[in-house]
Ligand binder design. Sequence first.
Ligand code: FES
Length: 156
Amino acid sequence: MTRITMTVDGAQVSDDVEPRMLLVQYLREKLGKTGTVIGCDTSNCGACTVHLDGRSVKSCNVLAVQADGAEVTTIEGLATDGQLHPVQEAFRECHGLQCGFCTPGMIMQSIDLLNENPHPTEEEIRLGLEGNLCRCTGYHNIVKAVQYAAREGASS
Ligand code: FES
């Protein structure tokens, strides 16, 4: 077992974990943060996307021990004081979801995209989200949600 300490959604956590434990397993199984979901477990679908020191990563592709000392933000850490993050609000406003399974990862990736490029073109949005798969919507409303968020000045 290896001792790890990190900040997750603003709270410091510390645990002994197996070195082979994935970050997504740590978040879900040890911390109960089931808002971060597992779609493929092979770094293809993006459903498990979280922010690691401010950048999006697929948490099924990161070992928990690799996040030692880092700051992790999950979908559950976005809303503050009962207010949705502007990108969450944009997805709600544009109905950028259907079954909702891909939504946590889509939102985390969209925030990273908008932080890097606050005014992306449609093509840049589609490219920026290419690592996140949706099997319901055909992506149209997801793209509209990111465009809406960009118009509203959403980032960070
Ligand atoms: Fe991590 Fe699919 S569960 S990319």
